[in-house]
Design a protein around this ligand. Structure first.
Ligand code: NAD
Length: 295
């Protein structure tokens, strides 16, 4: 089988390399960034997204924003126009449920099946092949593609119909980023109170406030390393989509809204391309304090 992979950035790159490492399939990649493509050793470099689509039986995509995904799939000369009937598109990006449903319907008219398969776990778990994949789509399509998904994941969960994978993903990320916003707030209280931040981190990580979000916020803030692993702009997208979901379902979401507003302030400070943990800089700038470990 020939597998295409379009968008081999922070997440797509390691996921693609795990498919190359863990399966015997031929893999063809395409990315607008030539360096990202070159990093996929063992794959064939595609000439364009259209060329990858035309050549492959299964095409995976991992692209930044819903608008980018829609343009890449349904736009003029998009992937949909080049995929053969009987082939499958798997979208690993984080999108609105309605985007996934639109793509699924448009591809179905061409005889192309689709799974939405957003992922969670961040770059480290994409690299070690343990990320969680939450899949929306028909059961038979899921069953046929499960081995490919399992080749780069620790947990592949079929959530339900197309739209349910994105729903699970948006809820998860709202929890993660609302928790991270609270972690930033707590750390800054610690700084202002003069506590030893290393001790604070040790206490929280062994106590009921522990979380993956607190750990990554603390690690990044204390070292001052905010190079993007999960770009703040992408987290902002996720929280906007989660708020849309709250609107559509009529569920009050004050916690998600607070986290989204913190990210809006961070973007106002020019931090969109930094790591999402750079949200703490909003507090640091407001207070004239920094949450760094004293050496
Ligand atoms: P990224 O920006 O690192 O990677 C995206 C890649 O797509 C880049 O290499 C870019 O050059 C390429 N690209 C953009 N437009 C393209 C196009 N039209 N054709 C071909 N290539 C194109 O982003 P990422 O962090 O890898 O995120 C990808 C998706 O995964 C997003 O939807 C994000 O929300 C989601 N996600 C990210 C993380 C994370 O920790 N970074 C975790 C879970 C989910």
């Amino acid at each position: 089988m020939k597998i295409g992979f379009i968008g081999v950035g922070n997440m797509g790159g390691p996921m693609c390399r795990n498919i190359i490492r863990n399966t015997n399939h031929e893999v063809v990649v395409f990315d607008l960034n030539p360096a990202a493509m070159a990093a996929c050793t063992g794959a064939i470099a595609g000439a364009s997204a259209a060329a990858v689509a035309a050549a492959c039986d299964v095409v995976l995509i991992s692209l930044p924003l819903p608008a980018v995904v829609e343009a890449a799939v349904l736009g003029a000369d998009g992937v949909a126009a080049h995929m053969r009937p009987g082939t499958v598109l798997i979208d690993l990006s984080t999108n609105a449920p309605s985007t996934a449903q639109r793509l699924h319907a448009a591809l179905a008219t061409r005889g192309v099946a689709m799974l939405e398969a957003p992922v969670s776990g961040g770059v480290a778990r994409a690299v070690d092949g343990s990320i969680t994949i939450m899949v929306g789509g028909e059961a038979d399509v899921f069953a046929a593609q499960r081995p490919v998904l399992a080749s780069f994941s620790g947990a592949v969960i079929h959530v339900g119909a197309v739209g349910m994978g994105s729903t699970a993903k948006l809820i998860n990320n709202m929890l993660a980023f609302a928790n991270m916003a609270t972690a930033a707030e707590g750390l800054m209280m610690g700084v202002a109170a003069g506590i030893d931040l290393g001790k604070l981190a040790e206490v929280v990580m062994g106590s009921s406030g522990a979380s993956a979000s607190f750990r990554s916020m603390t690690t990044r803030a204390l070292s001052g390393d905010f190079k993007a692993s999960f770009a703040l702009d992408l987290a902002h997208k996720d929280l906007r989509l989660a708020q849309q979901l709250a609107d559509e379902t009529g569920v009050p979401s004050p916690m998600g809204a607070a986290a989204l507003n913190l990210l809006r302030m961070a973007r106002g400070h020019g931090l969109g391309a930094a790591d999402v943990t750079a949200m703490i800089a909003v507090y640091e700038k407001a207070l004239g304090l920094e949450a760094r470990l004293k050496s």
